[in-house]
Design a protein around this ligand. Structure first.
Ligand SMILES: C[S@@+](CC[C@H](N)C(=O)[O-])C[C@H]1O[C@@H](n2cnc3c(N)ncnc32)[C@H](O)[C@@H]1O
Length: 322
């Protein structure tokens, strides 16, 4: 009998509202105001990110997908059969589908902070791939949480971290995070990772300043979320999206700029903004292949294989735990 597809069991370690509140208030009280980029992703934020992925200026998604398509057999061979595939920041698991088809892992563990979006995606995947055990985990992957155990024996643990989301960490934090993945996967395990490469500044600038203004909407949605969940009174038209590439540090910086002197209230707290003051909402580091190899090695990984597009805009890399 056909009916509404049943969602798989969700392992729920989602951050509490209190954690969100503390992080927001602390971030806005700093001399240089900042908010963690992980809070972009509620259901609307995840949908806006999916729209960004379709934009003509946003080369990373289509480039990564094309690298995966061209090399999927080699990639599947490197990862090996019957693994437990653990994806960090799985979103819509768009790039994962071809991997699931080719690789046939014993179990798939998508981890994401955006609960409803994760659940919707996992439900679709469970229907599409009934032979793969689906074990979705809602968690902040930088926090402590317990991975579910597959019901069958797996050959090894392989992590998947596409989208160059690694670039959202500062370098030392990136090393610590990759080291925690190496520990989770253990000896014999590996990591398939998408890493965005350094390139002409204008290509980068356009990717984060699209002509349709979707990235601006995504950035501003964070204030909308604070208004909704923390009783804030940010006026969205009094802030503007500001993103630029810093070639010395090798990163995109994304900010929300206050368009006037103003006071904002949230959850009983007042936050004052000067004209032109910004809230730093995201960094997105870009790497040379050598820089990323150094970072991976400091985290306890060995680079096994690197796949590139013809313009060398993006890389997909397979790393093994040393
Ligand atoms: C840049 S998107 C990439 C999505 C997808 N993997 C891709 O390659 O298109 C980042 C994803 O990671 C999730 N995410 C970001 N920070 C997270 C965190 N600290 N813990 C768990 N998920 C996180 C977001 O919800 C989002 O789905």
């Amino acid at each position: 009998m056909q009916g509404t597809p049943q969602p798989p069991k969700l392992y729920d370690f989602a951050p509490r509202l209190n954690t969100f509140r503390t992080d927001v208030i602390q971030g806005l009280q700093r001399p240089l105001k900042e908010l963690p980029s992980k809070y972009f992703y509620d259901e609307v934020g995840s949908q806006l990110f999916d729209q960004i992925c379709e934009l003509p200026e946003y080369y990373p998604t289509r480039t990564e997908i094309s690298i995966m398509q061209r090399n999927i057999q080699h990639i599947a061979r490197a990862l090996g059969p019957r693994c437990m595939l653990i994806e960090y920041g799985s979103g819509s698991s768009l790039k994962t589908r071809q991997l699931l088809e080719q690789l046939q892992p014993a179990a798939y563990v998508p981890i994401d902070i955006s609960r409803q979006h994760l659940l919707n995606t996992a439900t679709e995947l469970a229907q599409a791939y009934p032979d793969i055990e689906m074990l979705p985990v809602c968690a902040d992957y930088t926090s402590n949480f317990t991975l579910p155990q597959p019901s069958v024996q797996v050959a090894r643990r392989v992590a998947y971290y596409p989208g160059s989301t690694i670039g959202n960490f500062d370098p030392n934090a990136a090393i610590r995070f990759l080291a925690s993945i190496a520990q989770t996967c253990g000896q014999g395990g590996g990591l398939l990772i998408g890493v965005d490469l350094k390139k002409e500044c204008n290509i980068l600038h356009r990717a984060y300043n699209d002509s349709e203004g979707v990235t601006a909407q995504f950035n501003l949605h964070l204030l909308e979320r604070i208004n909704l969940e923390l009783s804030g009174n940010f006026q969205l038209d009094q802030f503007s999206h500001y993103a630029f590439y810093n070639p010395i540090i090798g990163r995109i910086e994304m900010h929300l700029e206050s368009l006037r002197r103003q006071q904002v209230h949230l959850d009983g707290q007042m936050v004052a903004f000067k004209l032109g003051e910004t809230i730093w909402t995201e960094s997105s580091y870009k790497f040379t292949l050598e820089e990323f190899a150094q970072l991976a090695s400091e985290a306890g990984f060995r680079i096994e294989q690197v796949w590139l597009d013809t313009q060398q805009l993006f890389s997909v890399q397979y790393l093994s735990v040393e």
